[in-house]
Every structure is written in C-alpha cells, then in structure tokens.
Design a protein around this ligand. Structure first.
Ligand SMILES: Nc1ncnc2c1ncn2[C@@H]1O[C@H](COP(=O)(O)OP(=O)(O)OP(=O)(O)O)[C@@H](O)[C@H]1O
Ligand SMILES: [Mg+2]
Length: 260
C-alpha cells in the first residue's frame, strides 16, 4: 500500500500569473495552516483539495491524493466549513449509530463516547437523545468534530475558520491532530496558525510563500497559548455570570497581564 500523500500542483493566481509555490506535498500526520487576508483565496484552495481539482477550477490547480483506496480521492476528505448544518431529522444517538454503520464500524465507538468528546468542546452539553436539528451552531460543529475524530475514516481534514465555530477552537484542533491525519486549517487566528507545523501564505488568489515553524515561533506559540488560557477563563467567568476581581480568575503570574 502506498503511503498517504496529498500533492498540490500550482496553477495561477487571480490575475492569471503562475503561483509562486509550484508544488506542495503533505504526508500522514502533517499539519498546514492556510493564512492570508480576506479574499486571498484560502477557501478556494480548500475546495480545490476537497474536490481533488484537475485544472478544472478557477485556480487551475491539480490536486492528487495517493494512498487512499477511494477513486479520485473520493471519501478521503472530511470538511468542516463555516456553514455546516445537519439535515437528518433524527436524534444525536441515531445519527452516530447510522454513520458508524455506514462506515462498517463494529460498534465499539458509542454515541455516548462521541457526545462526551463533543461536550469537551462546547459550553452547553449535548445529550444523546437531543434532536439533531435542535442543536445550536456551536454544538453542531462540536458534534461534527467528535464525529470526524472518532468515526470518520477520512485521512484528510479541512477546517475553514474554526475560530468562528463558537467552540474551544484550540482544543478542537488538538483533538483532531495527533491521529495521523493530514490537517489543513484556513484561519485568521494566530494561535491556530502556530499550532500547525507549516503555513502557506495566500496572496491575490495564489500560493505565495510556505513557512515552517521554527524555535522562535514555537516560543511565541507557547506564550500565546498561556494568554489564550487566561482569555478563556475570563470568557467562561463572564458568561457564567461571575464578576472579575480578586480570586475569581486564577492564572499563573504573567509579566504582561494585570494581577487577578
Ligand atoms: N487563483 C484564483 N483564481 C481565480 N479566482 C480565485 C482564485 N483564488 C480565489 N479566487 C476567487 O476569489 C474569491 C475570494 O476567495 P476566497 O473565498 O477563497 O477567499 P478567502 O481567503 O477564503 O477569504 P475569507 O478570509 O474572507 O474567507 C472567490 O470568489 C474565489 O473563487
Ligand atoms: Mg474563506
């Protein structure tokens, strides 16, 4: 069996110029952040990967997915886009059971396990008996992430602006990483960017530069992670109706933050 590999061959940017990054290869376990200003082409790149483009999209890119048994990469990619809704008229438990059965799972992954994982990502807990269509936007996406992590076989995961999901975005990315899958995240969130090993900078619709995280950036990632934990605690305290003051939010001493 050939190892999993996604190969993106450059096409052209929005003005028809050849993309600077001519070839990008991703192997199992790789994480890639796709960054760039609004309208720079991040979502189109994800869509090119999702449909294994053959020069037939506005960018003219070619995407090959090797090491996967489905034809033309069919079923290789799971996508979490910004506009994601369940259409099935059933409850959470039945959805998980039906999806697991479709993928010929042996029943070892229970709805309870999927719901428990989803509940680590969202505020108000989901219950297995809840109707799918009654879930909030954040709960829906938390359930989809747990489903992708525990049930889906897809070896390539595309995440489009996870930060807008209304869930614990950093925990969500950490949950999906380290499962040997290829994870590609289009994002404006600096911590999500630095959580990926490489980042692809988009400009004018084209793949412009590819960077790899180095020691200095890893130190920035760790620092931002501490700040993010503080922000998360303050957010939780405020939305639980607490007041901020001595003893309300307990965080380790930090040179750039006020005493709490
Ligand atoms: N290489 C390209 N050639 C032609 N059109 C392109 C190219 N790249 C992007 N576009 C088009 O430009 C528009 C904006 O691109 P896209 O939605 O991918 O941007 P984005 O970076 O995801 O923006 P946002 O941060 O707002 O989500 C889309 O209509 C897209 O189809
Ligand atoms: Mg986009």
């Amino acid at each position: 069996m050939i190892p999993l590999q996604v190969t993106i061959s450059g096409g052209h940017d929005r003005s028809g110029r050849p993309e600077r990054v001519r070839r990008l290869e991703l192997a199992a376990g790789d994480t890639l952040a796709v960054v760039g200003p609004t309208g720079s082409g991040k979502s189109l790149l994800l869509s090119d990967i999702e449909q294994a483009a053959e020069g037939d999209t506005p960018s003219g890119r070619q995407v090959a997915i090797a090491g996967w048994s489905g034809r033309n990469g069919l079923g290789a990619v799971a996508t979490l886009s910004q506009r994601t809704n369940f259409l099935m008229d059933t409850d959470v438990r039945t959805f998980v059971a039906v999806h697991a059965a479709c993928l010929a799972k042996d029943g070892t992954v229970t709805a309870e396990a999927v719901v428990a994982l989803a509940n680590t990502l969202c505020g108000e807990p989901i219950r297995p008996a809840d109707p799918l269509q009654g879930l909030s936007g954040g709960q829906t996406r938390a359930l989809m992430i747990a489903d992708i992590a525990l049930i889906s076989d897809a070896p390539v995961i595309l995440l489009d602006e996870l930060e807008n999901a209304g869930i614990d975005k950093h925990k969500a990315l950490a949950t999906l990483s380290a499962r040997g899958k290829i994870i590609i995240t289009a994002t404006h969130d600096p911590l999500l960017v630095l959580m990926s090993r490489r980042r692809l900078v988009m400009r004018g619709g084209g793949m412009s530069v590819l960077h790899e995280i180095d020691t200095a950036e890893a130190a920035w990632r760790d620092r931002l992670s501490g700040l993010d934990a503080l922000l998360q605690q303050v957010r939780d305290a405020l939305r639980d109706g607490d007041r901020l003051g001595p003893g309300t939010v307990s965080v380790p001493a930090c040179s750039c933050c006020p005493e709490t």
